[in-house]
Design a protein around this ligand. Structure first.
Ligand SMILES: *Cc1c(COP(=O)(O)O)cnc(C)c1O
Length: 419
């Protein structure tokens, strides 16, 4: 078996696909030290520069003083603390939903929420470029999967249409009763005929925004639910950073996404600068997740001190217009500065600005060339992105200065001359 694993890894290496890690010696920031060498980095999702913010550090310290370090139990046992509870209420209010549920990570939130809401006999409709955690979530749910071409609302409409009017019967529970069968597996819910459309709001490797309004209209027409993963929009997009549902709001302070069909998920380790995730929705949906989402029920609650830090982060997000305006300025600066390169920036208005290279090895070489110049940009390759679309995923943060972006622009032009 070992030689088999070795062979597989060696094959990945020859394809330019082997993944390795680099160990940081300094906190998350555009200015980092790796192996004793300073780098200017453009690869974090710390879009507002909050990951090392002094007020969040102080809040985490105070939170640990007040609540200790570990939660000690799952939420449903004795691990649900006042700090968690208050944060859930603040998050729900912030995104304009009746209720919210905290999860340990975005990955777990997606796995748990989708598995709790749909199962055998139901259908999920998913954009082909959705995040890997959403794909895994669909598989885990055992609902029938229908994937549509990226952003293709005509195809989504067609798939929804085809699913209408089909008679569906609940399938028998796939696992045997009795001996040996883990109770959590036997309890697998059987549902019938539900439709759930699942999408990233901001696509993580492309930076473009999903046509959420059109999607919601289709969901209304076909009586489907809409699950929106706003990992890269929460804190960054919409008024006061309330997220993608607040882009072009219906009226002041009211996100059009207040539709009860929308189940809104966002992560707290990206723009919010800490860790975790939440799902916000109607109370009955949240109660369902609380009862049925395995990644919620069968895991230890996050340290309550993190919720104290996150409450502080939420305040900084709400008051963070200056940060978001600065970020927008950097995005415009980068796009203007890179418009004449032999490689194209992908069409994106967000802090995710991928430079499409195509070839895996060339993407790696460019990333390496930048590294030699003290600049760190990650090369993203298949299977994270489709074959032939390897890219440099440049991400900007409000913690970058205009001179930092200038340095990246100059370095990429030098590399373009050399190649
Ligand atoms: C990062 C990400 C997640 C996972 O969130 P974590 O908190 O890092 O586990 C889920 N969905 C999308 C779109 C993401 O970009």
């Amino acid at each position: 078996m070992f030689s088999e694993l070795q062979k597989e890894l060696a094959k990945r290496a020859t394809q330019g696909l082997l993944r390795t890690r680099r160990t940081l010696a300094t906190p998350q920031s555009p200015h980092l030290t790796v192996d004793g060498k300073p780098y200017l980095a453009f690869c974090s999702n710390d879009y507002l520069g909050l990951a090392s913010h002094p007020q969040l550090i102080a809040a985490l310290q105070q939170g640990a003083q007040q609540w200790g370090v570990g939660a000690g139990a799952a939420h449903l046992v004795s691990g649900h603390f006042g700090a968690h509870h208050q944060l859930e209420q603040q998050l729900a209010a912030f995104v304009g939903k009746p209720a919210a549920l905290l999860f340990s990570t975005g990955y777990m939130a997606n796995l748990g929420a989708v598995q709790a809401l749909v199962g055998k006999g139901d259908t999920v409709f998913a954009d082909k470029l959705n995040h890997a955690s959403l794909n895994d979530a669909m598989l885990l749910s055992r609902a029938e999967m229908k994937r549509f071409r990226h952003g293709d609302m005509a195809q989504l409409a067609q798939l929804l249409e085809q699913t209408n009017g089909q008679t569906r019967f609940p399938h028998p529970n796939p696992l045997p009763e009795g001996e040996g069968a883990n109770e959590s597996l036997r309890e697998f819910p059987v549902k019938c005929g539900r439709k759930l459309v699942i999408t990233d709001a901001v696509f993580s490797m492309d930076g473009d925004i999903a046509p959420l309004r059109e999607m919601l209209a289709l969901c209304e027409r076909h009586d489907a639910w809409l699950y929106v993963d706003d990992a890269h929009g929460f804190g960054v997009l919409g008024a006061q950073g309330r997220g993608s549902l607040f882009q072009a709001p219906l009226r002041e302070g009211v996100g059009w996404g207040s539709s009860p069909r929308i189940i809104y998920m966002a992560t707290l380790g990206k723009a919010a600068g800490v860790s975790g995730a939440f799902v916000a929705a109607e109370q009955v949906v949240v109660d369902t997740l609380l009862n049925h989402a395995h990644s919620y029920v069968y895991t230890t609650a996050t340290p309550p001190a993190l919720s104290v830090a996150l409450a502080q982060s939420l305040q900084l997000i709400e008051q963070g217009d200056a940060l978001r305006i600065h970020l927008q300025k950097l995005i415009a600066q980068l796009r203007a500065g890179l418009s004449d390169l032999p490689w194209q920036l992908m069409p994106s208005e967000t802090a995710i600005q991928p430079l499409l290279i195509g070839d895996n090895h060339q993407a790696l070489e460019l990333s390496e060339g930048l590294r030699e110049r003290g600049i760190w940009v990650a090369a993203i390759r298949p299977p994270t992105v489709p074959q032939g679309t390897a890219r440099l995923r440049i991400t900007l943060s409000a913690a970058h200065r205009t001179q930092d972006v200038d340095r990246l622009i100059v370095a990429l032009h030098e590399l373009a001359q050399e190649s």
